[in-house]
Design a protein around this ligand. Sequence first.
Ligand SMILES: [Zn+2]
Length: 362
Amino acid sequence: MQTYSLKCYKCNVTQNDNSISRIFCEKGCNELLICEDISPMKQDPLQSMRDDEESFSLGEGSTPLIPLNKIGKRLGLEKLFAKLEFMSPTGSFKDRGSSLVINIARKERVAEFVEDSSGNAGASLSAYAGATDIKAHIFVPDSAGKGKLDQISIFGAKLHKIEGPRENSTIAAKDFSKKNNIPYLSHNLSPYFSEGMKSFAYEIYSEFGEVDHIIFPTGNGSLLLGTWRGFIDISENSNLSLPKLHAAQSSIIEPIVAEFSQKKWNFDPSSKTIASGISVSNPPRLIEIVDAIKNSNGSATSSSDNEALIWHEILAKEEGIYSEKTCAFSFATLEKLVKSGIIKKNEKIIIPITGSGLKETT
Ligand SMILES: [Zn+2]
């Protein structure tokens, strides 16, 4: 396994404590931390764990990268590809982050933890925790898909279903953690979770070399952030041109689009969207996400549920891919970026299919 230190995103101070439960800067600036790979040689964090006999794995990462010929033709694109993240052990990209978080928790002999999730991350952490004999308490909105709720339970975690918007699960998880003195290993806040996502960049680079654009359905932004920092690491030892990263959001919940384009947006807690995986009104790493998008010369775009539903069906009928609806927002964004000329005909584009449609059937 690689060696890591934690650094404050705001004051840039390297922390003395780099334990798994360290979330905020110890210098008191109340800012979240980012992970730094301080190993003699930076490399894919998942590959590094695979090489370590002591590490636990469910076979995460190394997901297929396939051409989307029909959608490419429809949009006049020659090099459009999908990376099939739903073919991960628990059916979503979250396994990349969970594997690193749980392996570090094991090393630190963590026996029990609290987490809140919109569903996929809870299911993922539940699987890794159960298989390594760590007790997990997962707080999830009661509106999460039945497939996700069933997954969390079957893997042995204690499922806490919370009424109301996604934020209520976070509040309940923090309260429970405090009252019971159990570590809160939020995947949204943990610097190690998005560190695991760097593997997405390493895999693309080793299989594909350079890529021009990557479009992410973006809620808390862990995959976008990990991918960006992964490509930065790779570029330190290569002549790699960095890809442009684009965030796709729902027009119902679009804090990243609003921050990126400096427009006003007010969250209406009563509003609903099919984009359950990215329904995050106040992402804790908002500034970090917008910085990454801007530094990559990327963009942030929102689309309506109806626009996404059209693409959800096209993806299934024309390419044989049954994604969760959240992923379809990336294709609605792709169409807009092609029409506006930001994405050009002969450029190389990758869209991660972040989660499986099978989790949302009821
Ligand atoms: Zn700080």
